[in-house]
Design a protein around this ligand. Structure first.
Ligand code: SF4
Length: 565
């Protein structure tokens, strides 16, 4: 039966709701996976002999956060006899707003997955934690250690970083494509890219260069909700999405306008648009003129010079406008500078005064005696080194080059804090409590390093001091059952109590214009766009059965005739 959203006159069905809530990050299952594999997974999943019987016991609902990727979506977890048996989004979460990706919806199944890692392995053979600790002690006695983190900013990250620094080693991060897309600004502004975000809520035109905004980009629910509220089904929407793509992606199919260009010509189009804006000045546009002529941009993109001129006029006809790249493409970042979108309302904003900058593994991994890879690092990250590797992971996602494979805590088995999501325009903080006690055979990288160096401050103490800090500053609002300004919270204990119940702290948005940006030369084109994201790289072999089912039974699946249309 079709449901109609009251007041808006807009119609959507139950099927639409599923796509709306689950589809935002559905890129993780709409990657080009052969159908045969999906079928096999479905058949296989129906016959699991090891499927646990649902626990008998009191049924309870708790709030927490999904930490399977750095988006940290709010979760409502149905617990039976102390075990999670169902997961839903939290509508009051200020960023994820009730949405989850299919992986999040099915995450409670992950801890029983057949590819769950349960024993320490050394060169593929069963080993033990004490042997791994002995090997690590030997390695750190012989030379520096490189530590790689896939979810920077957590209390656990602080343990990893401190260990590396104390030991004279190196801390590196593997970043998502959304974070990489903000990296080019670092060369032109006075702030690290980790303090930047997209002010989508105040943008009126968003031009996406291949970023899957309606299909797996950023925190699911944020852009899709905005789209549903301000645009879907409207001929003249309040929020215009222009999708530049070389094929008819799901986002392109639903966008207000779609522009098809040749694959890999995004930089050329950004240069052509910037040239038109600077030369013809339909709005005050400043910046260095790109070396590429309009004719060259047209040849490379497959568009005519007139089409590029028209597109430039469309972009600035409904301001503020914001360009979003799929990856670290500096020409698209430079287009934002020309559009005046950097440090402006509805553009790229500075969300925090955090000055911590991270060095990405893209900069290379220095030579070391050993490399420690945290469980937050995607499986497809393979360090280009032949040194000894200690790799933590909760599941075996394949392609994991490691001398030591170390079983890490799984879904909701570990106390962790939840720093701001990569694309958010406001700073947030939350704490995901371990709703399930991890069995003793699991250990996180932070715990492992704390065993190796007992002077490191443990994760729970770092979280406590971060809460004390928030309480002392008396700024921001805590979103739990109600929205409460931190200034009205009586004590740090009360604040921590709220956090343990799933509240989210949100700092007031910084005023626009707090960024100084100076672009002197038009940047050179990047070697190649890498696209993808942490969540989209979740391999099908470790997909929980419910996520596969969500995919097959919804219309998240791209119709074959649309692919590469
Ligand atoms: S987007 Fe990331 S944090 Fe959100 S539900 Fe999916 S895996 Fe979890």
């Amino acid at each position: 039966m079709a449901a109609t959203s009251e007041g808006s006159g807009m119609k959507f069905t139950r099927r639409d709701l599923l796509v709306w809530s689950a589809g935002a990050a559905a890129g993780l299952v709409v990657s080009p996976v052969p159908w045969k594999i999906l079928d096999d997974v479905s058949i296989w999943s129906q016959n699991w002999p090891w499927i646990p019987q649902p626990a008998r016991g009191p049924v309870d609902v708790k709030q927490s956060f999904c930490t399977l990727c750095p988006n940290g979506c709010g979760l409502r977890v149905r617990m039976a006899g102390g075990w999670p048996v169902g997961v839903a989004g939290v509508g009051s979460h200020p960023i994820s707003r009730g949405a989850l990706c299919p992986l999040g919806f099915a995450a409670h199944q992950l801890n029983w997955h057949p590819r769950r890692l349960r024993v320490v392995q050394h060169h593929g053979q069963p080993s033990s934690w004490s042997e791994a600790q002995a090997a690590f002690a030997k390695a750190r006695g012989e030379g520096p250690i490189v530590i790689i983190d896939g979810y920077p900013g957590r209390a656990a990250s602080s343990v990893l970083k401190t260990f590396a620094e104390k030991q004279g080693g190196t801390y590196r991060v593997v970043t998502s494509s959304e974070s990489r897309a903000l990296a080019p600004y670092e060369a032109w502004i006075d702030a690290p890219s980790s303090s930047l975000g997209y002010d989508l809520e105040n943008a009126q035109t968003v031009v996406s260069f291949g970023a899957p905004l309606l299909d797996g980009w950023g925190t699911p629910g944020r852009f899709t909700r905005l789209w549903a509220e301000k645009s879907a089904g409207m001929a003249d929407p309040q929020l215009r999405l222009i999708q530049i793509d070389s094929s008819l992606s799901r986002t392109a199919a639903r966008a207000w306008q779609r522009v098809q260009i040749r694959e890999g010509s995004e930089s050329a189009l950004a240069s052509g648009l910037a040239r038109v804006l600077i030369e013809q000045k339909p709005v005050p546009a400043h910046g260095p003129i790109p070396a590429l002529s309009l004719t060259e941009a047209a040849t490379q993109t497959g568009l005519s010079p007139d089409a590029i001129r028209d597109l430039a006029r469309t972009l600035v006809s409904h301001l503020p406008v914001l360009a979003i790249a799929r990856d670290d493409n500096p020409a698209i970042a430079a287009l934002n500078v020309v559009l005046g979108a950097v440090g402006a309302r509805g553009g790229i904003v500075r969300r925090s005064t955090n000055n911590e900058s991270y060095v990405s593994t893209d900069a290379g991994i220095p030579s070391a005696r050993a490399v420690v890879i945290d469980g937050s690092v995607p499986w497809n990250f393979v360090p280009q080194t032949d040194t000894e590797i200690f790799r933590f992971a909760a599941w075996d996602g394949g392609a994991m080059k490691a001398d030591w494979l170390l079983p890490a805590p799984g879904f909701l088995e570990e106390l962790t804090d939840v720093p701001t999501a990569p694309t958010s325009s406001v700073e947030t903080y939350a704490v995901a409590t371990n709703l399930v006690k991890a069995p003793t055979e699991f250990m996180s990288a932070a715990q492992f390093l704390s065993v190796a160096d007992s002077t490191l401050t443990p994760v729970d103490k770092i979280i406590h001091s971060r809460c004390e800090d928030l309480f002392r500053k008396h700024s921001g609002t805590l979103y739990g059952q109600d929205a409460t300004p931190v200034a009205r919270i009586a004590s740090v204990q009360k604040l921590e109590e709220q956090f343990s119940k799933g509240a989210v702290w949100v700092r007031e948005a910084s005023p626009p214009g707090n960024l100084h940006c100076e672009l002197k030369e038009w940047p050179a084109a990047p070697p190649e766009s890498r696209g993808g994201s942490w969540a989209t790289e979740w391999p099908i072999g470790v997909m929980p059965p419910l996520a596969t089912k969500l995919y097959i039974e919804s219309n998240l699946r791209e119709a074959p005739e649309r692919r590469n249309a």
